[in-house]
Design a binder for this molecule. Structure first.
Ligand code: FAD
Ligand code: DHB
Length: 391
């Protein structure tokens, strides 16, 4: 088998890359370890920055997103018995976020690729990027028990944090930056109308809680829990009781409850691998970097990486110019580190840390107060949250 760009992973990064390359007349084949059914139903992120929405819409894959996505012009912070709205329309005029589930983005991109005759091989095994230092890299893999090799000009490692592409880079080349947090997030999807028009980021002595949504009938919640917490210890009644204890902290606000349709626990960490390229292998999205979800940046960073990579491949194929490919990592890492800082900062602002002493808690309180009372501080939060310019 031969193609121009071999893409490992059919998450948002790999699928969007394949779609954008197609629009530039560049061929690719996507290799995915899981089934189509699995990737289309994997519940993850839900907040799209304006730049991500624009990329999807301009690429022709945003029709359903425009119809069903929920455009939000603010978020609420809730702590100390008070609510504070971060008003995007006032602080960052003309910019907003769209709430639309990651698995819906994945469905839309798969449909777009298949409609255009694109090749996505699901349920492949034993994926190994090979010969990445030379001009003829290839990916070997097994599909339906058959050993195969996909030859290409380039390999895009879009296989997420637990993928194999990053590890295919020889030891000593990459530098890793890593931070683990002493908690995880329990995520729950519930068949109940949202109790709020906008997202609520709440925190009290019991910890952090987030009220998000997917549609007028579907709500999405997150709870800070211990990092090694077992989901079996969280029957639905306990989830609702804990959400109520952390969210019903302002007068007159009540949480509506309903059947939980999906739940799971995610560990939280920050991670960056630098550079995001070696030879003919380019890493994009979670394969190169992950952030704690508090700032809702993971999916948006993945989308940004692949728009940069598309431009770089397009320049190389049209004129043989490798300057953008050589600058790929640098161009992405600037934004990656801004998102790393913002995600760490939001996480620190909003979670309870067992390690905090009385002094640390006062500092956190003071910063929360500052964010809620200073327009400069709220603007800083808002401009990072809605996403900085596309470049
Ligand atoms: P992924 O979506 O991870 O896609 C990688 C793809 O590669 C997957 O389909 C995987 O099956 C495939 N793959 C892996 N290994 C191989 C292999 N060896 N061969 C072939 N294919 C392979 N972000 C938020 O902003 N908010 C959230 O609430 C949130 N929740 C999350 C919950 C979880 C459990 C996780 C893991 C992440 C969450 N994120 C969240 C982050 C966000 O979902 C990611 O940043 C986003 O999915 C990155 O997209 P990606 O395409 O780079 O990677
Ligand atoms: C969602 C996830 C996030 O990480 C976040 O910060 C906001 C919303 C969500 O899944 O809806």
């Amino acid at each position: 088998m031969r193609t121009q760009v071999a893409i490992v992973g059919a998450g948002p990064a790999g699928l969007l890359l394949s779609h954008l390359l197609h629009l530039r007349g560049i061929e690719s084949v996507v290799l995915e370890a899981r089934s189509r059914e699995y990737v289309e139903h994997r519940v993850r992120a839900g907040v799209l920055e304006q730049g991500t929405v624009d990329t999807l819409v301009e690429s022709g894959a945003g029709e359903r997103l425009l119809r069903e996505g929920l455009v939000h012009h603010g978020i609420e912070l809730r702590f100390g018995g008070q609510r504070h709205r971060i008003a995007f329309e006032k602080l960052v005029p003309g910019r907003a976020i769209t709430v639309y589930g990651q698995q819906e983005v994945v469905k839309d991109l798969i449909a777009a690729r298949l409609a255009a005759g694109g090749q996505i091989l699901f349920e492949v095994d034993d994926v190994v990027p090979e010969e990445i230092e030379g001009p003829r890299p290839q990916v070997s893999f097994t599909h339906r028990s058959q050993p195969l090799a996909l030859q290409a000009d380039f390999i895009a490692g879009c296989d997420g944090f637990h993928g194999v592409c990053r590890d295919a880079i020889p030891p000593g080349v990459l530098q890793f930056f890593d931070k683990e947090y002493p908690f995880g997030w329990l995520g729950a999807l519930a068949a109940v109308a949202p109790s709020s028009d906008e997202l609520i980021y709440a925190s009290n002595d019991r910890g952090f809680a987030l009220h998000s949504m997917r549609s007028p009938q579907l709500s999405r919640f997150y709870l800070q829990v211990a990092p090694d917490e077992d989901i079996e210890a969280w029957p639905d009644e306990r989830i609702w009781a804990e959400l109520a204890a952390r969210l019903e902290t302002v007068p007159g606000w009540n949480l509506a409850t309903g059947p939980v349709v999906e739940k799971g626990i995610t560990a939280m960490r920050s991670f960056v691998a630098e550079p995001m390229q070696f030879g003919r292998l380019f890493l994009a999205g979670d394969a190169a970097h992950i952030v704690p979800p508090t700032g809702a940046k993971g999916l948006n960073l993945a989308a940004f990486d692949v728009t940069v990579l598309t431009e770089a491949f397009a320049a190389w194929y049209s004129s043989g110019d490798a300057a953008l490919l050589d600058g790929y990592s640098r161009a992405c890492l600037r934004r990656v580190w801004r998102a790393q800082h913002f995600s760490w900062w939001m996480t620190t602002l909003l979670h309870s840390f067992d390690s905090y002493d009385a002094y640390d808690r006062r500092l956190q309180q003071s910063y929360r107060d500052y964010v809620c009372t200073s327009e400069a501080a709220s603007t800083s939060l808002a401009e990072n949250y809605v996403g900085l310019g596309r470049r």
